[in-house]
Write a protein that binds this ligand. Structure first.
Ligand SMILES: C[S@@+](CC[C@H](N)C(=O)[O-])C[C@H]1O[C@@H](n2cnc3c(N)ncnc32)[C@H](O)[C@@H]1O
Length: 239
């Protein structure tokens, strides 16, 4: 049974908001393939960083609804719930995400404007079960990172890693003991190197999917905590 995801014709974006593209669709494919596993390992808190049009967070909310429902042995009356949060630093993206959620009648997601998680980091510490991120991953001059406008949707600075590395640094404090991250990368970000680096912080990883799209070798990086955790005392990831 194919689980339902967001519909592109109900998804909102404009010239100031990242249009759902191959990277977006590859990320949602992986979430769709993985969703049945959440029936056994029910997430209580899910966050999408950089929600853009809202296509990904809407798909995630719909997937969770389905695996929590009657076809998976949970009577509708006892449907399990999950706290869902979408964050983007662009006000245009926040508005697009809200419109896309509304067009799909998804009301269970809070949408906030913040850079990465802003002041929410303290509140969410140790509690995020699923984190999803399609970051600005394109290698660019560092001055282009977070310069505002639509370019901040893709400008990733040196090796495309400036924003990615800030998020990797947050992972050890944000993710719950069973927390996992699904993140888009391209070859220039060296995803295999990220997996090796994160091993030192108690995370295991794999490339969950790969696809060549025009000039981009896209991969979805899946990281999760090692069951027993491992603190090597190494410097924070990306430093
Ligand atoms: C590649 S787009 C992905 C959009 C959408 N999630 C998708 O997959 O189609 C990256 C998104 O991250 C947002 N973004 C970039 N830097 C950010 C930051 N520091 N904090 C929050 N959002 C950020 C951009 O505004 C943009 O919407």
């Amino acid at each position: 049974m194919e689980l339902q995801i967001a519909e592109i014709n109900k998804t909102h974006w404009n010239g100031d908001v990242y249009e759902p593209s191959d990277d977006t669709f590859l990320l949602v494919d992986v979430l769709q393939q993985h969703a049945k596993a959440w029936n056994n390992k029910w997430p209580l808190c899910c966050v999408e960083l950089g929600s853009g049009s809202g296509y990904v967070i809407t798909s995630l909310a719909l997937l969770l609804r389905q695996v929590a429902g009657p076809s998976f042995g949970h009577p509708a009356a006892h449907r399990r719930t999950c706290q869902l949060l979408a964050v983007d630093h662009s006000l245009a993206a926040v508005e697009a995400t809200r419109n896309t959620l509304q067009a799909h009648q998804v009301t269970e997601v809070d949408v906030i404007a913040a850079s990465l998680l802003g002041p929410l980091v303290d509140k969410l510490r140790g509690s995020v079960d699923i984190m999803v991120f399609n970051p600005p991953y394109v290698p660019t001059p560092d001055e282009e990172v977070e310069r505002g406008g639509i370019a901040s949707a893709w400008a990733g600075g040196y090796r495309g890693r400036r924003i990615i590395d800030r998020v990797l640094q947050l992972l050890p404090e944000l993710l719950s003991p069973r927390g996992e991250l699904f993140m888009v990368t391209v070859a220039e970000n060296e995803p295999q190197g990220i997996i090796e680096e994160m091993l030192g912080f108690g995370f295991l990883g794999r490339i969950a999917a790969a696809r060549q799209a025009d000039e981009e070798a896209l991969q979805i990086l899946h990281l999760w905590r090692q069951p027993a955790g491992l603190d090597t005392g190494a410097p924070a990831p990306g430093q």
